[in-house]
Ligand binder design. Sequence first.
Ligand code: PHE
Length: 367
Amino acid sequence: MAPFFVGGNMQDIDKLGDELQAAVEAAGSLDDLEAVRVSALGRKGEITSLMKGLGAMDEEARRSAGTALNALKDDIAAAIDARRGTLQNAALTEQLETEGIDITLPARAEARGRIHPVTQVIDEVVAIFADMGFSVAEGPDIEDDFHNFTALNIPPEHPARQMHDTFYLEAERDGAPLVLRTHTSPVQIRHMQSTSPPYRIIAPGRTFRCDSDMTHTPMFHQVEGLAIGHDIHMGHLKGCLEEFARVFFEVDNLRMRFRPSHFPFTEPSAEVDIGCSREGRELKIGEGNDWLEILGCGMVHPNVLENVGLDPDEWQGFAFGMGIDRIAMLKYGIPDLRAFFDSDLRWLRHYGFAAFDVPTLAGGLAR
Ligand code: PHE
């Protein structure tokens, strides 16, 4: 290196300075930059070597060359520092972009499964009645004649048995064939037989009748309600069901009608209609002048209480039975009941509910 400097050629120093500045700017990474630094300022670097050559110069040349070299050294060192800062910033930015956590992403991937409308509606019904002090009771899908009929004041040969389109099984108990339960009312009997009053239960579950069309499937769902106490009367029944229907259908002034009816296990008995409008194929709950039946109910028949060993003079109360699939269709505008049980994933994706949105009265029944 020394020879080109022997003459103390300032233009050469300038030229070297330009080259080194260009090399610093061109360094694309911290490693490249370090290589440039070593080649200029390292022990055997160009500037270092030139400085070593200063001792061999005469005084005047040494002074001017020394000043110029020191300035060059400072300039290049400063340029390297600046470039290092730029490269470090770029590296950090890139790291942040590639390794950063995108906080706009949902914390949990959307679950692929959906909650079936029947399950959803059962959860909603349970939430509403739980708030009124009811707890959930269950019974078996396969019932015996006594619990499904006789204890409910439907003796053998009673015409109501025909109306139930019963599935009879080959197996028998107590000389009568077992059945797939035709309603959830046997859960009333089982609950009263196994615990002592007062009672306040609801019993959602599967029920079976030999019937199939747009609005009937051989398997369907009901929810039974039973409240027995010392002075429960029909006003309680009415208030309870009105409260339920308004909360469930989310219509504050929902019109309701209690129509006299007949069930062997209640006296008096009623069927309950809610107000609706039917325009063309569209059905709207809570509007218009039409009526739609949603449940059967009544005051528990004294014979039923006696059948489970309760004194009807001491204990009275009400019961009701409601079709779950039916109120699900009404609330969520689902036209064909049969599709409920087709296990078609496209249907479930459309009508199903998000798995993490558990219905509560405080948080909202359906979202
Ligand atoms: N079990 C009746 C049915 O399936 C409904 C009902 C239940 C009616 C309780 C009155 C009381 O149709």
